[in-house]
Write a protein of this length. Structure first.
Length: 224
């Protein structure tokens, strides 16, 4: 273990990971609103560690949906992680599989962005650097989830504070900051239309799956 690079990774991930503080707090609050306990909310962050999929899951829980719709939608949302792994994989051909598995557990949008930038600058591969960055990001996300879950537990009537709209508002915020081109607008409109049709046809579960599938398919067949 190269402790110098480990500490460097810990320092350099902080500005990126800090952006997820609000998301972690909101997730903890929404998890409690959906009926999960503090332990269950924490296990989602400790074991899943994938923000968008966790938000989708608690949305299903809030609607009383369980089982395969959650598995399908979260698998589709996390499909981008396959691309992340394929992007980083060539730099770690000689690394033991168990080490790659451990690194994959810390891989998400934030840590991938840092790791990809690190390698693009021509720096040598360093598991120490990546583990340091991943550990700090993971710790911040879980700590904020715990804070949100505890805060959410003391709110008996969240609708009085507008928190019942927090889940919708969170995803509208995600959408707004990613509307960077006409292509993004096209994907949003088509996915939204598919979700509306899915909801009309068979409720919330079908709406989420239909919208996700349409967005993924457009991304596959059309280039910006």
């Amino acid at each position: 273990m190269d402790w110098t690079l480990f500490c460097q990774g810990m320092r350099q991930i902080i500005p990126v990971a800090a952006a997820g503080v609000v998301d972690g707090l909101v997730f903890g609050i929404l998890a409690r609103q959906s009926g999960l306990g503090v332990t269950e909310a924490m296990l989602l962050s400790l074991l899943v560690n994938a923000g968008s999929s966790q938000f989708a899951a608690v949305g299903f829980f809030a609607q009383g949906v369980v089982g395969w719709p959650i598995l399908v939608s979260t698998a589709l949302l996390n499909a981008r992680h396959l691309l992340y792994g394929m992007s980083l994989g060539p730099s770690f051909r000689d690394t033991a599989p168990w080490k790659l598995s451990l690194m994959a557990g810390f891989l998400n949008d934030e840590t991938y962005a840092l790791k990809a930038t690190y390698l693009s600058e021509g720096k040598p591969k360093s598991l120490s650097y990546f583990f340091g960055a991943g550990l700090v990001d993971y710790g911040i996300w879980c700590a904020c989830t715990l804070g949100g879950a505890i805060f959410g537990a003391v709110i008996s009537h969240p609708e009085q504070y507008g928190l019942d709209f927090a889940f919708v508002a969170t995803f509208l915020g995600f959408l707004a900051v990613n509307m960077l081109s006409r292509f993004h607008l096209l994907v949003a409109v088509c996915a939204g239309a598919a979700a509306c049709l899915g909801y009309w046809w068979h409720g919330m579960a079908t709406a989420v799956i239909a919208g996700t599938l349409v967005a993924v398919m457009i991304g596959v067949v059309k280039r910006e």
